[in-house]
Write a protein of this length. Structure first.
Ligand SMILES: Cc1cc2nc3c(=O)[nH]c(=O)nc-3n(C[C@H](O)[C@H](O)[C@H](O)COP(=O)(O)OP(=O)(O)OC[C@H]3O[C@@H](n4cnc5c(N)ncnc54)[C@H](O)[C@@H]3O)c2cc1C
Ligand code: FES
Ligand code: FES
Lengths: 156, 256
């Protein structure tokens, strides 16, 4: 089946098998390998991308279901060579160790910040419950997301 | 994990979906949010040869005030239930529970219709619709019919829906008290999750309350007549014990 969608603002059009998962489409067809596969069972959130601005787990969505939508991956966050404020906050607050969960964490955080005007620490923790990190213990991730939330001007 | 190959058909009307179900029978499966079906297909526990994608039937995504009840389109996502002002005012328990399902990513995709039609005894929304005494509306080749939530869940992943039917609407009475139990019109509905092969009403507790028992006494019989299974998470005995504790807490919350 033919799919046409936007990935990080660029139009894509490909013939795909209906059973192709969105994460494999992004990684293997479009060639954007920033989105990781951790569990492949919709538990870990490493594969999180935005679909029409909302976080989804791309290992549990078919590429054909994304037809006509706008997908944003971690590669689409930096603009004109400058990191997105959430990425900056992750660096500033040392919110990653091995980095495997980071693309998914950043995308989940982007969706969370869009949906909530104000966020408490508890809300950030709950809002990221679909994303697992085996390294950091979450502390600095939460700190980074709270910092990004406090710097909304820069977030746009 | 890759599903077995299938044909994919995206429909733009209920009639089109019903037509495809009529043609393909048992071979076809409806796809809504895909958050129960796709994991099963990836494990190859479900191998439909045709997927009928109803995910774009936006006409079936709504929360409406219908007088004595609230009508919810089957394709309404958990996220839209969670953020519905109408539900927050009229059936807050449903908005609250929808906000507890999985995680934000799951709630951005999963639908109430998919959750009910899947018939997993461990799922949250079926139990709430059951506790509220809701009604389900289905369309099939013979037209529309309504099914009481009480007689909808027939067994593990089995419901009263035929393979040629599509769930279109869920109707729930207005009930303004939040809790794992909902109190309305002086009667109390209590439903249990994961205490058998279907979501269950805690009938012994309901009968005790109707007969004037205290919350403590009514909650103590919450597990009566249930047959929970044991798994990695909990033994049957532990589940029976938990049911009495959680029902007591829910009743206390509903009463306060
Ligand atoms: C990581 C994860 C965590 C989860 N956590 C929870 C949780 O905490 N609590 C909880 O309750 N659930 C949980 N779920 C399940 C989730 O709520 C699913 O979204 C929901 O059960 C199914 O809805 P869906 O729209 O995704 O249905 P689908 O997966 O698309 O379909 C499920 C079944 O229903 C059928 N169907 C779908 N729509 C209709 C319709 N309109 N008419 C007739 N048949 C239909 C399909 O054919 C299929 O058999 C979780 C799922 C995941 C992946
Ligand atoms: S890889 Fe998708 S949730 Fe883990
Ligand atoms: S930084 Fe290693 S998994 Fe999160």
């Amino acid at each position: 089946m033919r799919v046409r969608l936007s990935v990080n603002g660029a139009s894509q059009e490909h013939e795909v098998e209906p059973r192709l998962l969105l994460v494999h489409y992004l990684r293997e067809v479009v060639g954007l390998t920033g989105t990781n596969v951790g569990c492949d069972t919709s538990s870990c959130g490493a594969c999180t991308v935005l679909m029409d601005g909302e976080s989804i787990k791309s290992c549990t969505v078919l590429a054909v279901q994304a037809d006509g939508t706008e997908i944003t991956t971690i590669e689409g966050m930096a603009q004109d060579g400058a990191m997105h404020p959430i990425q900056e906050a992750f660096r500033e607050h040392h919110a990653l160790q091995c980095g495997y969960c980071t693309p998914g964490m950043v995308m989940a955080a982007a969706s969370l910040l869009k949906e909530h005007a104000d966020l408490t620490e508890a809300e950030v923790r709950e809002g990221l419950e679909g994303n697992l990190c085996r390294c950091t213990g979450y502390h600095n991730i939460v700190k980074a997301v709270l910092a990004a939330a406090g710097d909304r001007e820069a977030l746009v | 994990m890759i599903p077995v190959a299938f044909d994919y058909q995206r429909v733009s009307s209920v009639d089109e979906a019903l037509g495809l179900l009529a043609t393909h029978g048992d071979e076809a499966k409806l796809l809504a949010g895909g958050h129960s079906l796709l994991p099963l297909m990836k494990l190859r526990l479900a191998v439909p040869s045709v997927l009928v994608d109803v995910g774009r039937l936006h006409d079936l995504s709504y929360v409406r005030d219908a007088g004595d009840h609230v009508a919810i389109g089957a394709l309404t996502r958990h996220r839209d239930l969670e953020t519905s002002e109408l539900l927050a005012a009229q059936v807050p328990i449903l908005a609250h529970v929808a906000g507890q399902v999985g995680d934000p990513q799951v709630r951005h995709r999963g639908t109430i219709g998919g959750s009910l039609a899947h018939g997993d005894p461990a799922s949250d929304l079926p139990a709430v619709v059951l506790a509220l005494g809701g009604t389900l509306v289905a369309r099939g080749p013979g037209g529309e019919r309504t099914i009481e939530a009480r007689s909808f869940f027939e067994g593990f992943l089995q419901t009263a829906l035929g393979p040629d039917e599509l769930l279109t609407e869920i109707r729930v009475p207005k009930a303004t008290i939040v809790g794992a139990a909902a109190v309305r019109n002086g009667t109390t509905g209590v439903a249990l999750v994961n205490m058998g092969s279907t979501p269950l009403r805690a009938s012994a507790t309901e009968a005790a309350l109707a007969a004037g028992a205290s919350i403590g006494d009514a909650a103590a019989v919450a597990a009566e007549g249930t047959e929970p299974s044991g798994d990695l998470n909990a033994s049957p005995d532990f589940r029976r014990h938990l049911a009495t504790v959680l029902v007591r807490r829910a009743l206390e919350e509903a009463a306060s």
